[in-house]
Ligand binder design. Sequence first.
Ligand code: 73E
Length: 829
Amino acid sequence: LYAADAALAVADEASALPEATGDARSFRDLILAKLTYAVGKDPIVARDHDWLRALSLALRDRIVDRWMATTRGVYRMGGKRVYYFSLEFLIGRLLKDGLNNMGLLGTAREALASVGVDLDVIAELEADAALGNGGLGRLAACFMESMATVGVPAYGYGIRYENGLFRQNIIDGWQTESPENWLAYGNPWEFPRREVAYEIGFGGAVEASEGWDGSAVHAWKPAETVLAVAHDTPVVGWRGLRVNTLRLWSARSPDPISLDAFNAGDHIGALTARTKAESISRVLYPADSTPAGQELRLRQEYFFTSASLQDLVRRHLKQHREIRTLAQKAAVQLNDTHPAIAVAELMRILIDIHAMSWADAFALTRDTISYTNHTLLPEALESWPVPLLERLLPRHMQIIYAINARVLTEARAAGATDAMIAAVSIIDEGHGRRVRMGNLAFVGSHKVNGVSALHSELMKETVFRDLNTVFPGRITNKTNGITPRRWLMTANPGLAGLLRETIGEGFLDDAEKLVALEPFARDPGFQERFAAVKHANKARLAKTIQQTLGLRVDPAALFDVQVKRMHEYKRQLLNILETIALYNAIRTHPEKDWVPRVKVFAGKAAASYTSAKYIIKLINDVAKMVNTDPAVRNLLKVAFLPNYNVSLAEVIIPAADLSEQISTAGMEASGTGNMKFALNGALTIGTLDGANVEMRDHVGADNIFIFGLTAAEVEARRAKGLNPRANIEADPALAEVLDAVGSGVFSPADPQRHRGTVDNLTNSDWFLVTDDFTSYSAMQRRIDALWGTPAAWREKAILNVARMGWFSSDRTIRDYSDEIWGLPTVKVG
Ligand code: 73E
């Protein structure tokens, strides 16, 4: 009653507000009840943040009903559950996606409008949960949503970092980092479970004794213990039909303050043990596609892996009573090697705690676990020094040695040579003794997958060549995907609405039904409407660019976008060098009919990655000169948007005309941004790398701009010896660009600034920027030509949308379910 009175009071205040109807009225009442009783605010004085919290809690109530129904249903069925172990979940904001999946977006909008609140305004205030670095973390988030959608009962397991990925500030063109406090206003989506807590041990020693049958029994006596406390977030699938759980662990000291020290008056000293324990979940390691290497990182890995295994074993025993059936009821997927210690930890649990024999334990472990590899860069493969593991996890080190001995014996029996034995061994004897986490994950898994067809093939030829010989058939491919709910419906409501009107609702439940759009690709009426949606999205991005950079860009120009983590292998440098070549050409030939372009960049560099930070600076230096040069006459603008994250991606991607996916072939395992852009009607300029190869197969070679060396050609050139000087000599435009950059044309106050970047290209060029420059440049001019024929451009863009359905993560998850997890999935809708 009170809440209803409040609604009237609000309506009185602004009598011009629209009246809510039906569902919207009851949802409005729920929001008002939350505002009053959970937030403790009178609607008259409520601020935007209060409305956001009230709306989130109202939505959460609706979600929780479905959550409990799902959880109860899964328990009753007694079937298998998937456990997705990931050190990263890059989930971003949850409000709009939750409303969309619950079918409440329109209802919520109307309910809020009736009390004078704009949904879009308050949605912008939600913190962006950046518990991940880039593609690997975002993939985990897309998978969670797709598992709920296709009916795979699943738990995501990870760490509840207090500070997610750093905030990137661009100051005078340089990146600086500051902490991102995503929990500052509280987190309405999570449920702390103080009662779900596990002890995680570190250090100490292993005590061996004789068991009843004379066999050795091992007991690990850790020197240190940290508590892992669960925090649960519901994950809503499409149409709200199923809701799974993301369970993130927070570290707590079992002894919050040392009472003795506290009573003795040492208040600060009393807190140090606590601080050390809790530092485990303090911050996300900010390196992407590179190993972090520090002891704290290993502690994080073991912390969440052990807590998750203890949790799922407890759940299994509670429900099924019998540990031997674990693999029939639980599938553990390792997202890269970050949780690879799971192989040894599960063995420890089975042998030391459940008294299982070695052979049974190993068979059960292998049947339960599978591993996804995300990168081949040899320097990026995790390995830990043996002495560190011995000190931190002594029992696990013993188990790893024992696994290794058996694997090597097996390999020897199968005829492995000495070189093969060295490659297959979990212990790398080459660089000080180190534990290769990839090999550990491989031998402890029944399936090992790569994330695109090309990447999976390269896995068999490179890092896992010998393991693939000893264990043939274990490597399989599961090409990545993206959830169309977030990346089409939520991020691009304009396009989703147009598609609904044109081909009906089928594609909402099954993205592959987007093919129904093909007959409209050349339809002038449809093309106009399609272009109007793109234009509106570009106008929105133009506004963001104006607001954040004070730069005006024309939405009619070609929006050419490269957004992703800053990495040398992703070759943002190739893009900016070609931008400079275009700038030079515009100045030399002002009379030509140049296509107006806006070059958009965004992406974070790991704080310690100096050369990547110089590339950010170069882009900003070029932007400064190009954007203010009257000779360019607005034909070229360069914008580097700071602090790229999921929320910014949701604004940028729907506004792109051209998507840059230009990594050195063989180096980008898959890419997933490539898929998001194409699904939103951007054309791709890209190398034959990662999933670009399969995108070409699906959209058709005429509808994607492929250039540059293939992975095989890259390998051959590297084997033969690179020759960047010859490449530079052969392309005068490139030579001119490098001269300008190297001599300080873009950094007059500090002419030597970019000398290192240029020298590196001239002398080594490991990423083959100079090899691919000429073909990249030529392809950009072909793109200009196509832009001049809007009907032809739009036809290709529409065909991209129509043919990208296969890249839905629903398809990916069905493939994992069928071929790795042994689980049924359901049709959606
Ligand atoms: O190609 C991407 C891929 O699309 C790959 O670079 C990325 O994973 C994506 C999803 O499969 C990736 N991230 C990491 N390795 N590969 C990584 C490694 C260490 C730390 C953090 C991330």
